[in-house]
Each structure stands twice: as C-alpha cells, then as structure tokens.
Design a protein around this ligand. Structure first.
Ligand SMILES: [Mg+2]
Length: 268
C-alpha cells in the first residue's frame, strides 16, 4: 500500500470514456457520517446529484454501502441507479428488481445467538453502538474511550469466533468498528461481479470510498485500469490512486463530472 498524497483526480480520462461504471460508497463518501449508523436522514443535495448523474447516458451509477438495502433505499429514492446494501449482499437493480445473494434463514440463527452475547458485553459501557443489520451484526466504538474500545472489540472478536463459522461468515474490522457478516458481504466481490455484468470491453470504472471495506473494491477497480478515489482529509495508506478531502469535495467533483458528460452527450 502507498501513502496517498495524490491530488484530485483529473476529468480528462473520464471525458472521452464511452461507458462508465461509477461506484460510490455512501457514509463518509457521499454524505458525512450520521451520529448513529441507524439514522436515516436523506440529503436533498445528494439525491439531486445522483438524479443528475442517473440522466447521463454514458454512466451506470452504483451505490455500494455497508448499510442495509432498506436504509439505502430510504436515503436515495432515485430511479435508474443500482443500490447495493450490506456490501452487495442485497441489491436493487436500476429497473427496481431486488434480490439477495444468500438465504436469510441460513444466516440468522448464528446472528441470533451472537446478538445477546454482544449486548451483554456492551451493558453499562458508554460510546458503543450495536447495529443489527438483519444480515449482519456490527459494533461501533467511535465515541468510546480508546482503551475500552480496544478491549471490547477484542472481546467481541473472541465471542464471535465461538458462535459463528468462518465458512459462512466474515470477520470485518475497521476504525473502532467490528462486524460479522456473510461471506458475500464483500465490496470487492460485488464490484467485480457488477463490472463483468456490464460486459462492456471499453468500460471505465470509477470507485469512490472512504474506509477499509472500500479497499477491497479499490483493488478490483485498479486491476481493471479504473479510477480509484479515497475520501480522507489527510494522506493515508490506501490502494486508491487519488484523494478527495470530504463528501463536499466528492459532491463538487461529481457535479463537474456530470457537467462534462452532459456536454459530451450534447455533441453526439
Ligand atoms: Mg463509508
């Protein structure tokens, strides 16, 4: 991994592309983080931006989030874009059809055994948040005290490995975060499948994301010669080639992209 100091991505490469698959994370990328991950607070400017992008004929718009699909649907009521929830385990296609890549009945028993044990671990502790994603279970420790966060996330790991099978589930960690989710919950696999579904030899892929789960997708998009953009307010180790400082900058860059594609579409 390289420390990413690169400037904002140039639009030159994008201007000449005939078909583009645009992959966007949601929290920390299109919108600032919500106070809790269960908060659903649709952002009019993000909805307007994605609606604008959805009208560009060269563009396939995909939102790939760790949130539940139902949340992403509520946050982005935009037709003709693809919404991938739980890292791509559950999807809504641009025409509105929905499907999931695993059987909920096969997933839930283990999560139902794990949940009360994790709940017990968090009793009387401040700054932690247990997120039940139905398909997955996560602990957020963003607002917890540092040492306690490390202790609890370590304990959560030990408990989880007693309850789940790694043939069926993945153990995910991030900054002050851990999660148990099915194997299909993988942005890298999701993006790889979507790129091959588009089946366009001259497809340019662009991926914009801000956290560890996005790194799996950066690797895939990079291997295909695509554009990888990290959202971070300072340089850090990443697979991504470019960096934008904040969701506001992402919005600005994507609006510029839309303007360029609109102009190109008018010329043809
Ligand atoms: Mg994110």
């Amino acid at each position: 991994m390289m420390i990413n100091k690169a400037p904002r991505p140039s639009l030159d490469q994008v201007a000449t592309a005939r078909q583009i698959a645009l992959f966007l994370d949601y929290d920390g990328t299109l919108a600032e983080f919500a106070l809790t991950p269960d908060q659903i607070d649709p952002k009019p400017e993000v909805i307007a931006l994605l609606t604008r992008l959805s009208h560009c004929p060269q563009l396939h718009v995909n939102v790939v989030s760790g949130r539940r699909l139902a949340h992403i649907q509520a946050l982005l009521p935009v037709p003709n874009i693809l919404l991938a929830g739980t890292y791509g385990l559950e999807m809504q296609l641009p025409d509105g059809r929905q499907f999931s890549r695993a059987e909920l009945e096969a997933i839930q028993p283990a999560l139902e055994r794990l949940k009360p044990q994790w709940k017990q671990l968090l009793v009387d502790r401040a700054g932690f948040y247990l997120e039940d994603k139905v398909w997955a279970l996560a602990i957020h420790a963003r607002y917890a005290e540092e040492n306690e966060a490390q202790f609890v996330l370590g304990k959560a790991h030990d408990i989880a490995l007693d309850v789940i099978s790694l043939d069926q589930f993945r153990w995910l960690t991030g900054h002050r975060f851990c999660e148990v989710s099915p194997l299909w919950a993988n942005k890298g696999i999701t993006v790889k499948n979507l790129i091959s579904d588009y089946a366009a030899p001259d497809l340019l892929s662009i991926y914009v994301g801000d956290d560890g789960m996005d790194e799996e997708a950066f690797a895939i998009v990079k291997a295909q010669g695509g554009l990888t953009i990290l959202v971070a307010d300072r340089p850090r180790a990443t697979q991504a080639d470019y960096r934008l400082d904040s969701p506001a900058q992402v919005g600005h860059w994507l609006n510029q992209l839309a303007a360029q594609l609109e102009a190109a579409a008018q010329q043809t």
